[in-house]
Design a protein around this ligand. Structure first.
Ligand code: NDP
Length: 692
């Protein structure tokens, strides 16, 4: 595919349940590579108050009817539907200046984030509508008063304001955790590339997968939207520090304590270790990574390496290697297969980057590239926003300020020499808080010193060495399971980070009360609540029949010395505390030979298991196993087994049941405490068997 004239389309917003065009003709959005008008954008006349209210009243209510697993399943279905249409998105992505590889990060990286959130949520969250967090806190001696933290979905709308550089991923990485949490979204993409976001939102809404009111889109300026925010809403922002600070200080955000997350530009650094001399695999990996970070998306990435920190002795070799590599970058029409770097997002953006390079030149000299001369292999060098990579060098970086402060949001980086590791860390910290940093070293001491030194001012740190050169996901790639965001200059926000990100859209509440009522609130049996006596063994109950709190109290079983010896010889675990009376007595914890912990667990299973085939399909593990009181020969063991949590799977005919297992001795002392994890059939006998 090559560049072609596009008929400009008028972008629309989707608010209060309908697609709406602005009242004016709209501002033209230009193809980054040839200056032709791609679309017109305008959001004048939108009723933002009504849109937010519609999201709260219709979207929130609809979404909260579903469980975490059901909402996660929606994300997977959405990702599958979008993936099938990906070529249409690539076609528009080229217009933003993105090459196919750049587009892959944005488009398929975005869909991958939906998939990842969907599968992580189904694996890591219960299939419920609220979450419990942490252990139950017992607040009275007799356990009649306790507390549990719970998380419930916030009842407002999450307003997500995005940057121009990732029109797809930028939206999806924010809405994935929001929707799983049960909160509706209103997305406002940056105008410059909003046509791609608008297309994806259209396709999302056409699937009909999301409940009504769950997703709204504003194509154009935010107008007075923020004036309508309330304390139940969330505002997230990605973009420039100056806009972010203005939004953080917005009167409504301040007066209503609106939860606000900001992810702003940062001067990310990468450190070449003292051991990584030219000729080592780490040096080569570093050169490759810095060049890749400078040229991917033409350096328009919030995580790109801006400051290249290297041992002074290796600086010349590094500049030479980087210049050679950057010089080979094929720059041109992003839609062409051999193009490695496309243009910046707009001519304005290029002027902005050129101005920032001038600022940097007050403290650094250009050692590769010329910001004022454009040399392209294809595309329109006059009308396209092309800029060849520019490498700078600052000999005295500790004396500089602009090199640590000024972000040239393009293919630009500054090499900074250091004399010892402490200085390298000091330089990295001069960025005053960054999204990410990296260190390339094969020396554990260097890795430790640099990572621990930089971590307090960074949201993510990557270590690169020869072993991970092929498998590393790279300095600049935020991942759905890892935290994305950094302190200070980077905005002080935090996005994604797996299920942590979901909790950003939920309210944490400490609930205090008696265990029976806390169990009723949380849907989780809490020790201290009475158990339900059941006429049939709970293992004979299918998921449909089992209740939270169903309880079995077993008969007792004595542990004999012969049992301990048999277990020791049978398993080979002849640790002295089980075998040698004198040595066991000398141990500060025991008063003689004790039973193996695993013998206790095995005997407990022997006591509580119902052996016949039934709805319990498998025991897939135990959680939180603790041995609390030693068991000596002659002690009597008894088990209390209680159904603690029931999680039916939505796509299988079974679910998970977590059982509270408490093993006590003849004095009612708890000797072992743990959760038994089982898979249980939804119905029993299974329908097919019943029909036979
Ligand atoms: P801006 O901060 O101006 O814009 C970011 C987002 O904020 C856009 O959606 C923009 O909408 C919106 N916005 C702007 N003003 C307001 C407002 N008053 N109320 C509500 N929303 C508002 O960044 P730019 O996109 O113009 O980029 C400028 C610089 O920011 C870049 O050169 C780069 O240095 C940095 N940047 C950092 C990024 C990062 O990921 N950290 C990403 C992109 C840019 P609209 O586009 O409609 O004005």
């Amino acid at each position: 595919m090559t560049l072609s004239a596009q008929t400009p389309r008028r972008l629309e917003s989707f608010v209060s349940g309908r697609w709406t065009a602005g009242q004016r003709d709209g501002k033209p959005l230009l193809n980054a590579a040839n200056g032709q008008t791609v679309a017109l954008i305008d959001a004048s006349g939108l009723d933002y108050g009504a849109a937010l209210e519609w999201g709260r009243k219709v979207g929130g209510k609809n979404l909260r009817k579903y469980s975490f697993h059901e909402r996660a399943a929606m994300l997977k279905a959405l990702a599958q539907a979008l993936m099938e249409q990906k070529e249409a998105f690539y076609a528009e992505s080229f217009l933003t200046g993105a090459t196919r590889t750049d587009g892959w990060i944005d488009i398929e990286g975005g869909f991958g984030t939906l998939f990842a959130y969907s599968s992580k949520a189904r694996r890591e969250l219960p299939n419920t509508r609220i979450l419990t967090e942490g252990d139950v806190e017992v607040l009275s001696r007799d356990n009649t008063f306790a507390a549990q933290h719970i998380l419930t979905p916030m009842e407002g709308v999450a307003v997500h304001i995005n940057a121009f550089n990732f029109p797809v991923w930028g939206m999806l990485e924010k809405i994935a955790p929001t929707l799983i949490a049960g909160m509706p979204c209103l997305v406002k993409p940056a105008s410059q590339t909003a046509y791609l976001t608008e297309l994806v939102v259209r396709r999302i809404l056409e699937t009909g997968i999301l409940p009504e009111g769950t997703l709204q889109l504003v194509s154009g300026s935010a107008g007075d939207m923020l004036d309508h925010l309330t304390g139940e809403d969330v505002l997230t922002f990605t973009g420039s520090a100056s806009t972010g600070q203005m939004l953080r200080g917005h009167p409504k955000v301040v007066s209503e304590s609106v939860r606000f997350t900001m992810e702003a530009d940062s001067l990310n650094s990468s450190v070449l270790g003292t051991d990584a001399a030219p000729g080592t695999p780490e040096f080569d990996f570093f050169v490759k990574e810095v060049a890749r970070e400078m040229t991917t998306k033409a350096g328009q990435k919030c995580t790109a390496i801006r400051r290249v920190i290297a041992p002074r002795a290796h600086t010349d070799a590094l500049i030479e290697a980087l210049s050679a590599r950057l010089g080979k970058t094929v720059i041109g029409d992003p839609a062409l297969e051999n193009t490695r770097m496309g243009p910046l997002a707009s001519l304005d953006q290029r002027e902005e980057v050129r101005d920032r390079i001038k600022d940097l030149c007050a403290e650094a000299e250009i050692v590769a590239g010329n910001p004022d001369e454009v040399s392209v292999a294809s595309g329109d060098a006059d009308k396209g926003a092309f800029l060849n990579p520019v490498l700078l060098h600052c000999a005295k970086p500790l004396d500089g300020t602009a090199i640590h402060d000024v972000e040239a949001f393009g293919p630009v980086a500054t090499v900074m020499p250091y004399d010892d590791i402490e200085e390298a860390v000091e330089l990295a910290k001069r960025g005053k808080g960054s999204l990410v940093a990296s260190v390339f070293t094969n020396d554990p001491k260097v890795a430790e010193e640099v990572v621990i030194g930089m971590a307090p001012l960074h949201g993510r740190v990557l270590i690169g060495n020869r072993d991970s050169a092929k498998t590393s996901t790279g300095h600049g790639s935020p991942l759905p399971m890892l935290v994305h965001g950094g302190p200070g200059r980077a905005g002080g926000g935090e996005e994604m980070g797996g299920m942590r990100g979901v909790k950003h859209y939920m309210q944490r509440t400490a609930v205090q009360g008696t265990p029976r009522l806390l169990s009723a609130v949380t849907g989780r049996w809490i020790a201290g609540a009475s158990g339900l006596d059941t006429p049939v063994h709970p293992f004979r109950k299918s998921l449909a029949e089992l209740n939270i709190g169903d309880q079995l109290i077993t008969k007792s079983r004595e542990v004999t010395l012969a049992d301990i010896e048999h277990f020791a010889t049978f398993t080979g675990d002849t640790f002295y505390a089980h075998m040698d009376e004198e040595s066991a007595r000398a141990n500060p914890f025991f008063e003689g030979r004790v039973a193996h912990g695993y013998l206790i667990v095995s005997f407990a299973a022997g006591l509580f298991v119902d052996p016949a085939p039934g709805p319990v399909l498998a025991n897939y593990g135990v959680d939180n196993l603790r041995f609390l009181t030693p068991v000596n020969p002659g002690d009597e063991l008894k088990v209390q087994l209680t159904a603690k949590e029931i999680n039916p799977r939505i796509t299988a005919d079974y679910g998970e049941v977590r059982w509270d297992c408490c093993v006590t001795n003849q004095n009612d002392e708890v000797v072992a405490q743990y959760d038994v994890l089982t898979m249980v059939a939804k119905t029993w006998p299974q329908v097919a068997q019943a029909a036979e």
